[in-house]
Design a protein around this ligand. Sequence first.
Ligand SMILES: Nc1ncnc2c1ncn2[C@@H]1O[C@H](COP(=O)(O)OP(=O)(O)OP(=O)(O)O)[C@@H](O)[C@H]1O
Length: 276
Amino acid sequence: MRRTQVVRISGELSAGHVPNCDSANGARAMEVRDLHKTFGRSRVLQGLNLKFENDAVTTILGPSGTGKSVLIKHLVGLLEPDQGEVKIFGKDIWGIAERERYDIRRRFGVLFQDGALFGSMNIFDNTAFPLRKHTEMSEPDIRDLVSGRLKEVGLENAAEKLPGEISGGMRKRAGFARALVMNPDILLFDEPDSGLDPVRTSLLNDLILEVHREHKGTYLLVTHDIRTARKVSDYIGLIWQGKVVHYGPAEEAFASEDPFVRQFLLGESAGPLGMD
Ligand SMILES: Nc1ncnc2c1ncn2[C@@H]1O[C@H](COP(=O)(O)OP(=O)(O)OP(=O)(O)O)[C@@H](O)[C@H]1O
């Protein structure tokens, strides 16, 4: 299992390390407090609290339909909570002006399940899209940056291909390159391993760790794959019925005696978690 790379000295990040928090206030990259969200009669988030560790990889696990994707959408500001706070770099994103919320959103990179690529654009243009849309960068600079990112994810030879012409694993990597291209402080991965075979999942996990080592940043993964969680996580959060039932260092979660944590991480049928 991986050990967290965050080194703290008296509560401060150690010298030589470039933290991804606002140096002015040392704020956490992400924190949610007492988050509630109801759709119709379905109470999805029911007072969810989480303080994510800066510059660490946190994995969120939990049964299907328990609100993991809804949490991600709250973090990135796509959904507004009915109650509670979403704090990004110390700011309650629903207590600030739209313009400021927009600026904060640009500090995120998101890798959606299917890579969310534009089908009619080649991989290069898909990756360049955020730079062309959100920055004034010159085309030669965009070319250098995008080529570098594609190389990093092993897609330098697929730049001219359309998403429909490459494999699912390559599409994920292209989505990853695009998520990285704006140098995000926070990266959210919604089931990066869905639809991938175990070997491609493992290779993608290696890539996530490699890129994290290189660029740092606060990473949040949502997955159903316990092997992925075991491999990449510094911290693990378990969500059930719209609340956090466990959060802590990955090694603690995997050694936990708690019946729910054990059942979920070992994939056992016996335990508090049933089919409903
Ligand atoms: N925009 C929406 N409108 C209505 N209901 C929604 C909306 N978004 C999510 N839901 C509902 O919220 C619940 C939680 O959905 P969510 O996608 O967060 O689950 P999940 O934990 O990510 O599940 P899975 O592991 O299966 O992906 C589901 O019942 C879903 O139908």
